[in-house]
Design a protein around this ligand. Structure first.
Ligand SMILES: O=C(CO)COP(=O)(O)O
Length: 252
């Protein structure tokens, strides 16, 4: 089964307007210069920059995503952003259930599932994030934790067109400590096996599973080449045009 890799930049809460537009312009210029690139490329700016970034990359082939959304379309939810609003602002994707949201905002699997269903209803691709902590890995619970989060976070109707999974071991995020190829492949294969149960063999075979956690130009090729790794969700290295693009070029 050949799956087209996806390279997604999660800018997190970084950059002011001028920085975001410069970064978007830089990545869009790279994308325009390489129309035959072997992967899809997505940038996920902070909410306030989504519209500006969507304008900056229009027509370049780059996709734009949000970093979270509410499970409702509209209403009395102060400070929240609905999936319909993201779509309206130019997003095609939304990251959901990132470990930083699970930690900072106490998001549960059930909430992630509701958000993913809402994202699907709005026509967005949900990038559903899962991953174990260091304590869970040390406790030998890695596969069990990832299976449980996956099962709890995937809504009815999830398929390979509307859903991407991101495996992000919490201990590898922003730490410079990357999963070894063996560790990554073991978990990705377990996730795919669980997906067979949840969405059926055909969709599981087509669904992209990204690796995230200290992915850099130096380690990306090795990770992306693994049989069940279908690209990356990149934090720190997505904030530099050259680094992000070096990772995207590793997909060939
Ligand atoms: O959390 C991540 C992407 O969502 C990974 O972040 P880093 O690439 O900075 O480790």
């Amino acid at each position: 089964m050949s799956r087209r890799p996806l390279i997604a930049g999660n800018w997190k809460m970084n950059g002011l307007k001028a920085d975001g537009i410069a970064l978007a312009d830089g990545v869009a210029a790279k994308r325009r210069a390489e129309p035959d690139l072997a992967c899809d490329v997505l940038v996920c700016p902070p909410f306030l920059l989504v519209s500006d970034v969507a304008r900056a990359v229009a027509g370049s082939g780059l996709a734009v995503g949000g970093q979270d959304c509410h499970a409702k379309t509209s209403g009395a939810h102060t400070g929240d952003t609905s999936p319909v609003m993201l779509k309206d602002a130019g997003c095609s994707h939304v990251i959901l259930g990132h470990s930083e949201r699970r930690t900072d905002h106490g998001e549960t699997d059930a909430e992630v599932k509701a958000k993913a269903a809402a994202a699907h209803a709005a026509g967005l691709v949900a990038i559903v994030c899962i991953g174990e902590t260091l304590a869970q890995r040390d406790g030998g619970e890695t596969l069990e934790v990832n299976r449980r989060q996956l099962k709890g976070s995937l809504p009815e109707g999830a398929n390979a067109d509307n859903t991407v999974i991101a495996y992000e071991p919490v201990w590898a995020i922003g730490t410079g400590r990357v999963a070894s190829p063996e560790q990554a492949q073991e978990v990705h294969a377990a996730i795919r096996a669980e997906l067979v149960k949840l969405v059926g063999e055909t969709e599981a075979g087509k669904m992209r599973i990204l690796y995230g956690g200290s992915m850099k130009p130096e380690n990306a090729a090795q990770l992306i080449a693994l049989p069940d790794v279908d690209g990356g969700l990149i934090g720190g290295a997505s904030l530099k045009v050259e680094d992000f693009w070096a990772i995207a070029r590793n997909c060939g």
